[in-house]
Write a protein that binds this ligand. Structure first.
Ligand code: NG6
Ligand code: CA
Length: 523
């Protein structure tokens, strides 16, 4: 048995290395579908009715699922935003580069400008490319950002022809939009300053002036800095009063920008990365959606997210481009209830299970952290209404598309990305042989990785709290999955990762541990 396992592992890694460099897809005149990635924020595996939710209905995403292919074993690479997005755009696991943890709103950009990115893959194949929405990958070269000047490098330097973004998260300053290199609505009489160290300017903060708030921060989490639109943020800012966006308008603004881009480019192939702010905190949806669900503002934000998906779908239909548009819907990490504000997400949760049958959610190395909904609709090539349990990671999109377009990758590019074309269009129901999940929880200075091979999941031991006490969930805290003991789960028999069978399978445990260590070192 021992030798069998060794051979099996050697084969596994060999097969993957091969598929990374495999080139031709055999087609000369490949069709160039439009590609839209709608990236929801913090949306859990159990948050959609098409994925089993019973306390909320998401008719538009459900329609997408019945018209496309629904994945049940798709993953982001990390249970938080910045590292997942880093992987999506670079084809690398987060541990390949330091500084890929959750970024503040004034951090430098972490995507290298001289390496292939997902956006460049499309651009080099003649696509018009755009990003609209939350960025959270840093801006500038790492020196202090001059907010009132042209801000570079940013999305436009890593493959996006046009960008309309906010820098980090909706709960972080500065609460402004950038179109390409410039903040919209700059006023030289009212220059912008931002700090994450100490207060700048004289504006009230949530800490000192709770009476000015329309939504209160959860105690002790740091969301009590400068108040913008009645909501205090992480960090402090001054100036730019005319530039500040309104939370209730975010979803609308992102849709409107996306619509313009799609209309302008409907005659040529385009790639749109629509990076929603829903359902990240602060959950302050458009007033139309306030109270629309039975689950408080978190549920209302889910409905708003679903509405955006529906509007994009109707636009494609109206423009008669839906047939050859590949619409990819997924999320950047698993769910959480309290992530910084008292927004009713806990008191109104009403028994809703945001991560479905998977354990924990955002921040966690358990499946709830990185197993996310993923649906791909491409009427021209993908059969309607299918479901696939193929193991896929978002890190694979880069190599998949570069391979599809017959582009080559340098040896140091997209190290962890594999060509999964057949899995993405439903022809292969197996997908990857193995996959790494990478959880770095900056706030508690802990980091661990998990290796999935087929149905087996190994979690490397790491000291740290079992629960994130501040992220009080319905079960009394978000479980991190950290343990001083190695963990091994059989995901087929035990999808909820409740039964650690490490002691029953010492040989497998050892092999998986070594394989994970080798993989991490090889970067
Ligand atoms: C955390 C914030 C949380 C959220 C998260 C980013 C604290 C205690 N919590 O640091 O509120 O903003 O960062 O979420 O600061 S993510 O989905 O963009 O990764
Ligand atoms: Ca997120």
């Amino acid at each position: 048995l021992k030798y069998f396992i060794i051979i099996f592992f050697a084969f596994t890694l060999g097969a993957q290395a091969q598929s990374h460099f495999a080139s031709s897809n055999g087609q000369k005149n490949i069709s160039k579908p439009n590609v839209i990635i709608i990236y929801a924020d913090d949306l859990g595996y159990g948050d959609l009715s098409s994925y089993g939710a019973t306390k909320i209905e998401t008719p538009n995403v459900d329609k997408l699922a019945t018209e496309g292919l629904k994945f049940t074993n798709a993953h982001c690479t990390a249970p938080t935003c910045t590292p997942s997005r880093y992987s999506l755009l670079t084809g690398n696991y987060p541990f390949r580069q330091t500084g890929t943890g959750i970024l503040s709103g004034n951090a430098g950009m972490i995507i290298p400008t001289d390496k292939k990115t997902l956006a460049k893959v499309f651009k080099e194949s003649g696509y018009s490319t755009a990003v609209v929405g939350k960025w959270h990958l840093g801006l500038g070269d790492g020196s202090p950002i001059k907010w009132n000047d042209s801000i570079k490098p940013g999305p436009n330097e890593v493959g996006f022809d046009s960008s309309f973004i906010f820098p980090a998260t909706a709960d972080r300053v500065p609460t402004v939009y950038l179109r390409n290199h410039t903040i919209i609505g700059l006023d030289e009489e009212d220059p912008i300053e931002v700090s994450y160290k100490s207060k700048v300017g004289n504006e009230p903060t949530g800490k000192k002036h709770p009476e000015l708030l329309k939504m209160h921060p959860a105690p002790g989490l740091g969301h009590d800095g400068t108040i913008v639109n009645g909501i205090s943020r992480i960090g402090w800012m001054k100036g730019g009063t005319r530039s500040r966006w309104t939370d209730e308008e975010l979803a609308h603004d992102f849709y409107a920008e996306s619509e313009n881009f799609i209309r302008d480019n409907k005659k040529k192939p385009f790639f749109l990365f629509l990076s929603l702010s829903d359902i990240h905190v602060p959950r302050m949806p458009n007033t139309r959606f306030k109270g629309a669900s039975d689950l408080g503002y978190r549920g209302d934000a889910i409905l708003q997210m679903d509405d955006t998906v529906g509007r994009i779908m109707r636009l494609l239909e109206d423009l008669d481009i839906e047939e050859n548009t590949m619409l990819i819907f997924t999320s950047d990490n698993g769910p959480i209830l309290n992530d910084g504000y008292i927004d009713g997400s806990i008191t109104k949760n009403n028994g809703h299970d945001a991560s479905g049958k998977y354990r924990s959610g955002k921040y966690s190395i358990y499946e709830g952290g990185t197993r996310v909904p993923m649906i791909i609709r491409w009427p021209k090539e993908i059969e309607q209404g299918g479901s696939s349990s193929a193991l896929i990671s978002q890190v694979d999109l880069l190599a998949t598309f570069s391979n599809y377009f017959n582009q080559s990758l340098e040896k140091d590019e997209a190290l962890d990305s594999f060509n999964l074309w057949d899995a993405l269009i439903g022809r292969d129901k197996k997908g990857r042989e193995s996959m790494i999940e990478d959880a770095t929880i900056k706030m508690i200075d802990a980091s661990t990785q998990a290796l999935v091979i087929g149905n087996w999941k190994y979690i490397a031991p790491e000291q740290g709290p079992v629960r994130l006490s501040w992220a009080i969930d319905i079960d009394g805290g978000q479980e991190t999955g950290l343990s001083a003991e190695p963990q091994l789960y059989n995901l087929e028999k035990d999808p909820g990762e409740l039964n650690n069978v490490a002691k029953q399978h010492p040989e497998r445990l050892k092999q998986m541990k070594n394989t994970l260590q080798e993989a991490i070192k090889s970067g």
